[in-house]
Design a protein around this ligand. Structure first.
Ligand code: SF4
Length: 299
């Protein structure tokens, strides 16, 4: 396969995979929603979950996005240093978004700042947003696709606390936010928390926390315990599906951390919604691929 063919193949795979992401929830989210539905005792909560599963079934049958807000497309790329399209992968991802917008179709969600003009193809200045991680000695690219909706993780927030306020203040910040604007995202929520030394690192880590498999725990035992405690506390608020009350508030709480400056504790918060469209694909040097997030998916 020459460079031109590789490029065309890559764009085609990523366009179809991005469109697919808007129509099918990943396996872990699906399983968690089913588990949460079983815990509900009230008719209203069960009706809301039934509506979600009906919606997913119809999205599959009719080949349409499962939510009207197909979000801003964000790619988190773990890029092998020997991946053949390394020089042009950014351009290929932009082309893939344009193509996905037509074939899915995806709602037009890229508005140029200052010009206040919708580009009409979900591509604009620095959009799709692409986050890079370099993987040494690899010729593959593992790409996370995330559709960030205007009600869920786009209105994230972050704050730098004074160190004397301690981690208790970080927890208070999370609860204050979730019990106020957090409800803007359609519950049950997935809560991503970043703790670091500066506001931009904490914010970015809070988004990366949303990419982890639902139910996974931080490898640091203290952080894992905090995830579990916050999850228990948020569930005790009983926000319920759709925010209408129920046994659970969240699908999970994930924390990611970076070492902090002694004088600062920064905390970032991103909330995912029940329609948590996060998918993972691994593309090899020969443009063969493996879909990691959706078992049996056919593009
Ligand atoms: S919060 Fe999620 S499910 Fe609700 S409208 Fe936004 S993207 Fe759709």
């Amino acid at each position: 396969m020459d460079k031109v063919e590789q490029r065309e193949k890559f764009i085609d795979i990523m366009a179809r995979f991005t469109a697919y992401t808007g129509k099918h929830l990943p396996d872990d989210v699906y399983v968690k929603l089913k588990e949460l539905r079983e815990k509900e005792n009230t008719a209203l909560a069960r009706i809301i979950y039934d509506a979600m599963f009906d919606d997913l079934e119809m999205a599959d049958e009719l080949d349409r996005p499962c939510c009207q807000d197909t979000g801003i497309i964000q790619y988190f790329v773990q890029l092998g240093t020997q991946f053949p399209l390394i020089d042009e992968i950014e351009d290929c991802l932009r082309e893939a978004v344009k193509k996905a917008t037509l074939i899915a179709p995806l709602r037009h969600n890229a508005v140029e700042v200052f010009d206040e003009k919708n580009t009409g193809n979900n591509v604009g200045t620095r959009i799709p947003w692409i986050d890079w991680e370099i993987v040494p000695n690899s010729n593959a690219a593992t790409i996370y696709v995330y559709m960030a909706g205007g009600g869920c993780s786009l209105p994230g927030t972050a704050k730098v606390l004074m160190p004397l306020e301690g981690y208790e203040a970080a927890v208070k910040f999370v609860f204050d936010q979730i019990t106020s604007y957090g409800i803007n995202a359609c519950p049950p929520l997935l809560v991503g928390i970043g703790i670091a030394g500066s506001v931009e690192v904490a914010a970015k880590l809070s988004k990366k926390a949303l990419l982890r498999p639902i139910g996974s725990r931080n490898t640091n035992p203290r952080a894992a315990e905090l995830e579990s405690s916050i999850e228990t506390g948020l569930n005790a608020i009983k926000i319920g599906p759709g925010g209408l009350g129920g046994e659970s508030s969240v699908m999970g709480v994930h924390i990611e951390q970076a070492a902090r400056h002694p004088a600062t504790i920064a905390v970032g918060l991103s909330t995912g919604c029940w329609a948590h469209r996060r998918s993972i694909i691994k593309i090899n040097a020969d443009m063969g691929y493996e879909i990691i997030s959706h078992k049996g998916a056919v593009l």
